[in-house]
Write a protein that binds this ligand. Structure first.
Ligand SMILES: Nc1ncnc2c1ncn2[C@@H]1O[C@H](COP(=O)(O)OP(=O)(O)OP(=O)(O)O)[C@@H](O)[C@H]1O
Ligand SMILES: Nc1nc2c(c(=O)[nH]1)N=C(CO)CN2
Length: 167
């Protein structure tokens, strides 16, 4: 097991810097990264807009738990404080899917159960993997098409922001 899709989000502080810290932290394991998107908050709507992106990572030495731990270490490094569910955060790294693994362990649910309903994940994922399939749920393009237009309209590309740390 080695290939994972990670969803990144930030809506506090140096949002772009926190997303970039994931690129720096995961280094050569990052195989593809989406455009950065500015997105309207879901869940708790009275909070600042998020920057979201999705990346594909590959490392034969890491299994799904290792991807979770890597994401949590990056969240800690970004000074993340766990407070309100779905509330504001400096950095959120969600493991969307890892190869075909399914897990119902609450510490690591796979695929991530929020994925089918989140345009902020589906839009950037589809950008880098147009034929992506979410195991157990079907093609990502179909999941996105099934969402209300208002959800898709809340996801705006920010081509002026780059996730390459040296740009
Ligand atoms: N696929 C997954 N990716 C990341 N964390 C997960 C996953 N499945 C379960 N978790 C667990 O979720 C817990 C809470 O995560 P977090 O605080 O990021 O939730 P949230 O971002 O508020 O909500 P959501 O998980 O719906 O995006 C973590 O302790 C983590 O172990
Ligand atoms: N647009 C958007 N909204 C959110 C996000 C996110 O990443 N993007 N993350 C949340 C906490 O998991 C709550 N709400």
């Amino acid at each position: 097991m080695s290939r994972a899709v990670l969803s990144l989000g930030s809506n506090l502080g140096d949002r772009l810097g926190f997303l970039r810290s994931v690129m720096t932290g995961l280094g050569p394991a990052v195989r593809a990264v989406s455009t950065v998107y500015e997105t309207k908050p879901w869940g708790v709507e009275d909070q600042p807009d998020f920057l979201n992106a999705v990346c594909v990572v590959d490392d034969p030495a890491r299994d799904h738990w290792a991807w979770l731990r890597a994401g949590q270490a990056l969240e800690r490094a970004a000074g993340r404080v766990r407070d309100l569910r779905w509330g504001p955060r400096t950095l959120d790294v969600d493991v969307v899917t890892v190869d075909g693994v399914t897990s119902d362990d609450p510490e690591l649910l796979l695929p991530h159960p929020g994925t089918p309903g989140r345009a902020s994940v589906l839009v950037p994922w589809l950008e880098i993997e147009p034929d992506a399939v979410l195991p157990g749920h079907g093609p990502v393009r179909d999941l996105l098409a099934a969402l209300p237009e208002a959800d898709r309209a809340g996801v705006h590309p920010r081509p002026d922001l780059s996730l390459r740390p040296d740009s």
